[in-house]
Design a protein around this ligand. Sequence first.
Ligand SMILES: Nc1nc2c([nH]c(=O)n2[C@@H]2O[C@H](COP(=O)(O)OP(=O)(O)OP(=O)(O)O)[C@@H](O)[C@H]2O)c(=O)[nH]1
Ligand SMILES: [Mg+2]
Length: 336
Amino acid sequence: MGGRLCIPAISPTTMSASTDPTGPERVVAAIIRDGDGRVLVARRPEGKVGAGFWEFPGGKVDPGESQSEALRRELHEELDIAVGACTFLPHYRAATPPGIDLAFWRVDAYEGVARGREGQEIRWCPPDTLPDLPFLPADRPILARLRLPSFYLISDVDHLGEALFEERLAQAAARDALLLQLREPWPASRLRAYAQHLRALLAPYGGRCIVNGDPNELMGCADGIHLPASHLARIDARPAATLVGASCHDAGELRRAAAIGCDFAVLSPVKLTPSHPDAAPLGWARFRELAAEVLLPVYALGGMTIADRVSAETHLAQGVALRSGVFGKDADLPVP
Ligand SMILES: Nc1nc2c([nH]c(=O)n2[C@@H]2O[C@H](COP(=O)(O)OP(=O)(O)OP(=O)(O)O)[C@@H](O)[C@H]2O)c(=O)[nH]1
Ligand SMILES: [Mg+2]
């Protein structure tokens, strides 16, 4: 993910906010985006634990308060905004030290103009730039999630033909930020050329294209690389691409993807799928158990439709990976 600034030292003991030995300190933090997809972040002011580090606005839940009540109160105190609708994000799990239970909520609507009411600096940042800021260490896995959309599309060019595929892709891209994986049984030269074409097609919509295959042959032609499980097993270091994903089927492969520093993984098959009729589906409960073992964003793949997005998030997925569910003849396009 490029060069990063050094993060000042902060010890787990100074991070702990818990004063109650019977349970962790409950903290809520907010993901607030503007119309351009920029995220609101704040710098912890002098005098607070972790002063100088960047964070998501929020704070401690008072006794007797619900999380959403605490979120509304904290954002009024810290940013002078009145929060309307907000949504719990179960899959936004931070690397919190013992003693803190940090829950993330998305703010869907608010009134007012955000300002740093406690003297803290605030900034609206494109998600790709967040990892360059010295963030509270617990928030690092959240920064990875913010760079990724809810829908990860897998190409179906050989089946649809280029014209129909591109028409459906453009329809989907116009509706939602997308990440596309170009996965076709083609020689590397054709993959490289078509990946560049798709990248140009998606760029005006803010979408990105990454290409499935051997990083040695495909590096640099797209926004990143998707490692097949067979490649993941063979390499020791993350390919030097902007985005690196990996195909995984079990806990061992997920741990490996996390260990080499992949930005995300795809875990399959969640449901029965016509493309792999002999593969035993994991089911949502097992998917959740496996996804919970890593802080890496994990997409659910296998028999997914666009409507599975909410189930996916509930079961700790970053979102859904789709092929026939978006490019198939019965697909429920467009992406909502
Ligand atoms: N608000 C917030 N707190 C976070 C984040 N990440 C993280 O580790 N924390 C930790 O959660 C704890 C509580 O947050 P806080 O200091 O904002 O609580 P607060 O607004 O109620 O502050 P106060 O106790 O000074 O009034 C701190 O130990 C903080 O370091 C984050 O992204 N946002
Ligand atoms: Mg706070």
